[in-house]
Design a protein around this ligand. Structure first.
Ligand SMILES: Nc1ncnc2c1ncn2[C@@H]1O[C@H](COP(=O)(O)OP(=O)(O)OP(=O)(O)O)[C@@H](O)[C@H]1O
Ligand SMILES: [Mg+2]
Length: 270
């Protein structure tokens, strides 16, 4: 059964999508059967994984959730999955997903719809990565209800680091009341400019504020314009420029995640 990992941060533009798509690609490259659920109406993960026009998609994650709400049978996985050239199976998304919050408002057990969907595909994969939208609400509660763990990408900026407390509050509420086995995989510092005063300040702030509560990945993802450029080629940075420092950092982050070394460091210091 797949391990479900979501990239979550209510703040926009912090590297959720870059991290989700790159991690999914690297897991697939390392031989794991990997799917990515694009759970954002912006459809950015879908674009990176090769969808040319998300608005032309006939079947998206929203279609699947709507069918479940209406009690309709789901089509076979092979009939709607988008096979990315990089080996990842994509459950794509487009702007239809923006209606999800509204569509779920009168639905019984509305926090469990995504879990119901994920249960139907779980046996086919080793990892299912969920790339999340940048706001809390019923859709995000759905994610936290079905995930095994979450990665919190955080841009190396002071305001970004301050938003972490808010996410932890939601996480603790859901873990306490509903998904008791949910855990935080770690905070991942992204768009870092190493050897700058800002980078040192953010690093210090995050470690002082959170190191005793949650794991923090030792690897930081450096800022590189090539990451933004790779999107235009429908590729992750690790495919586009494997020798780029951000690509190398994503490989190291994946090593850390798979080995669990970030967790062991946190457990020792706790
Ligand atoms: N390491 C990096 N260096 C430079 N640019 C980056 C890096 N990581 C991501 N970006 C760029 O920053 C922008 C925001 O990144 P991304 O889309 O991954 O964030 P997000 O948290 O998913 O945003 P949203 O909340 O809108 O979904 C994108 O243009 C992306 O290409
Ligand atoms: Mg995104």
């Amino acid at each position: 059964m797949a391990k479900i990992i979501a990239t979550i941060n209510e703040k926009g533009g912090v590297g959720k999508t870059a991290t989700a798509t790159t991690l999914a690609y690297l897991l697939s490259k390392r031989g794991y059967r990997t799917a990515l659920i694009d759970f954002d109406g912006q459809g950015h993960s879908s674009i990176i994984l090769g969808v040319i026009n998300t608005n032309k998609l006939e079947v998206t994650i929203n279609t699947m959730l709507r069918k479940l709400v209406e009690g309709e049978p789901l089509p076979a996985l092979e009939s709607y999955i988008f096979k990315s050239a990089n080996g990842v199976d994509l459950i794509p998304s487009n702007s239809q997903l923006f209606t999800l919050e509204r569509n779920l408002c009168n639905v019984d057990f509305r926090e469990h719809i995504l879990s119901q969907y994920v249960d139907t595909i779980k046996d086919n994969y080793d990892y299912i990565i969920i790339d999340c939208m940048p706001q809390m609400g019923t859709p995000m509660i759905n994610v936290m209800m079905c995930a095994d763990s979450i990665i919190i990408p955080t841009q190396a900026e002071l305001l970004s680091a301050q938003g972490l407390a808010e996410i932890l509050k939601h996480y603790q509420l859901i873990k306490k009341n509903s998904n008791h086995s949910l855990r935080i995989e770690g905070i991942l510092i992204t768009m870092d400019s190493p050897n700058t005063i800002l980078s040192a300040q953010v690093n210090d702030m995050i470690h002082r504020g959170f190191a005793d509560k949650v794991p923090i990945f030792k690897t930081h993802i450096p800022r590189s314009i090539k990451v933004a450029e790779s999107v235009g080629y429908h590729q992750t940075i690790c495919e586009f420029r494997p020798e780029n420092p951000a690509a190398i950092a994503y490989e190291q982050f994946t090593d850390e995640l798979l080995a669990g070394t970030h967790r062991k460091t946190a457990e020792r210091s706790a």
